[in-house]
Write a protein that binds this ligand. Sequence first.
Ligand SMILES: [Mg+2]
Length: 412
Amino acid sequence: MERLIFHVDVNSAYLSWEAARRVSQGEPDIRLIPSAIGGDKEKRTGVILAKSIPAKKFGIKTGEPVAMALRKCPDLYLAKPDFRLFERCSKAFMDICREYAPVVEKISIDECFLDLSGTHRIYPDPVALAYTIKDRIRNELGFTVNVGIGECKLLAKMASDFEKPDKVHTLYRREIPAKMWPLPVGDLFSVGAATAQKLRRGEIQTIGDLANADLGRIQRIVGVKAGKQIHDYANGIDPSPVLAEPEEAKGYSISTTLEEDVTTREQAAKVLLALADSVTARIRSDGAKACCVAVSIRSNDFKTRSHQRSLQEPTDISKEVYQISKELFSELWDGHTPLRLLGIALTNITREDVSQMSLFPDEGREKARKLDKAYDAIQSKFGSSAIVRGSSLTSDLQVGKKYKAQMEEKKK
Ligand SMILES: [Mg+2]
């Protein structure tokens, strides 16, 4: 049976989500001005996580330091990432997708695959269905997606990457020579900049050159395993199935994809800190604790690798989760493979207050817990845009200070 797969991808997700929230509250649309999500304008720290199309025209790139972006565009409007908003938006658009597709695989916060194989009686026209899903997301949620359609994940993914935003594209197997082969080889999913360069040196310029080259020759250039994979991809061959995730056995998890790769430990640490803050705020608001922390990473293929650690004492403390995550990340990452996705999961959930049973309360932990309480209080009073933690733990103090400042402001 021929498969039918959709890839649904939110256009400039973080920026669109923040913009959609503001528009729904009657504020201006930051998609229309040079704007970006990430970092801190005053301190000029952090990295750009997403940018608007007008910001792109200034040459601003995802993943670059805020200071560099501000040199390119001094008037750049910066908004802080609100991962809780992002998770809500992510769930909302995937819920719409689940109304149509029997199997939905979330591959990151802003992308999912829909397996519509065998649904031709219900949906005789896949393109019409894609428009229905896309338009519902736009009209009901206020942000746009691209939908790519093909007979496998690779083709659907490549199709959704064609012209953006708010578009539906097909890349059926019969369309490969016309639509995919003329593209530069670096546009093929999973081919990074370094691989593309090697291929070009071997006179492989386009995806078509790669598809029609002798497999052995490609394997001599990029290695046996990678060579086979990209040669298959160039020919539209990708048998990997769309996998639905098991429901809520997962505990509390959050993951995020950058539009461009994470390539340094510093970038990764910043993302992990934001994720740790967000996921622990959620577990605390439920009054739960986790006995296990896991970190997952995904490089430029669909494979996710993760690493976990069981804890002697359950935790809901942001600082602990952040530190463990950093350690797990170091053990997991080879230090050079570019990463697309980072995630933290808290599992083995307990609701028993084990810390009360401890005879000798740990002062460090008590202090960390107080900071988290302050963090949660600010979040609930002022919204999560009120604070973003600094990238080092010394800034724990700043959270306290800012909290005070905010409270004072409130009193006035
Ligand atoms: Mg996207």
